[in-house]
Design a protein around this ligand. Structure first.
Ligand code: IDP
Ligand code: MG
Length: 143
């Protein structure tokens, strides 16, 4: 079983889509292993998106990610990273496939509802960004 980290972004929470997105996730066979609601600080959002710090949209991304609470969720499924990337659709929702989370709910390329890890290695890093070892031990036998 592989793991992935999902982050329901502030627009998802603000537009009341937490339930809709979690239903898509569980209907697709993912198992929820950890979940909470938090407000990112600029430092935490900057650390999470460190790979994008030289990009022209970085400040806009930080303003968006700190604009309201987020919901990080640790998921488990076979081939979780790739399966979840398929379920969310492309970064730009206008180009996303029908039925994907971003096609259904996202406004534009910045405010796109949800983050999904892009590799197994990043999934583990991102899960530890949001959840302590103690929190993970409550649900993973081998955290
Ligand atoms: P991803 O979320 O599909 O993996 P990334 O390229 O990793 O996309 O970008 C991270 C996040 O940064 C995106 O989800 C989106 O919120 C924001 N973003 C990406 N590209 C742009 C852009 O060209 N303009 C504005 N915001 C962007
Ligand atoms: Mg990415």
């Amino acid at each position: 079983m592989e793991r992935t980290l999902v982050l329901l972004k502030p627009d998802c929470v603000q537009k009341n889509h937490i339930g809709d997105v979690i239903k898509k996730i569980t209907d697709t066979g993912f198992k929820i292993k950890a979940l909470k609601m938090i407000r990112l600080t600029p430092a935490s959002a900057g650390g999470f998106y460190d790979i994008h710090k030289e990009r022209p949209f970085f400040n806009e991304l930080l303003d968006y990610m700190t604009s309201g609470p987020c919901v990080p969720i640790a998921l488990e499924k076979e081939n979780a990273v790739e399966e979840f990337r398929k379920l969310i659709g492309t970064t730009d929702p206008q180009k996303a496939d029908e039925g994907t989370i971003r096609k259904l709910y996202a406004k534009d390329t910045t405010q796109n509802i949800v983050h999904g890890s892009d590799s197994d290695e990043n999934a583990l890093k991102e899960i530890s960004h949001f959840f302590t070892r103690k929190e993970l031990l409550e649900n993973y036998s081998d955290a």
